[in-house]
Design a protein around this ligand. Structure first.
Ligand code: ZN
Length: 105
């Protein structure tokens, strides 16, 4: 969500604005004084989660019932992991899952 927080360098008020990558910087004007001298603040709105972060983000007990010597257990664990990430898994997730749960004889 391209929402950024700005502080006006002229009147000092903070404001959140919806900004797209194609929005020219001088198209953003202050809601208070109409000035265009705004500084973008580091915002909590931008949100990026990598595969590694997802693993860290998962609750500690997420793998409590994982028996890694049992393929069915790994498979259901990976299924829950995918669900916990709302299906936003990396493209190779299903590939890895398939490899793990279908080892070569
Ligand atoms: Zn202002």
């Amino acid at each position: 969500m391209p929402v950024y927080e700005y502080r006006c360098n002229l009147c000092g008020i903070r404001q959140s604005r919806l900004v797209f990558s194609w929005t020219p910087a001088d198209a953003i004007s202050c809601t208070g004084c109409d000035g265009v001298d705004l500084t973008r603040l580091v915002s909590g709105f931008s949100f990026h989660r990598s595969w590694g972060d997802s693993l860290n983000w998962m609750p500690d007990n997420a793998a409590a019932d994982l028996d890694d010597s049992h393929i069915g257990s790994i498979d259901s664990h990976m299924g829950r992991m995918g669900e916990a990430m709302s299906g936003r898994v990396t493209p190779d997730f299903h590939e890895h899952r398939h490899e793990i749960t279908n080892p070569d004889p």
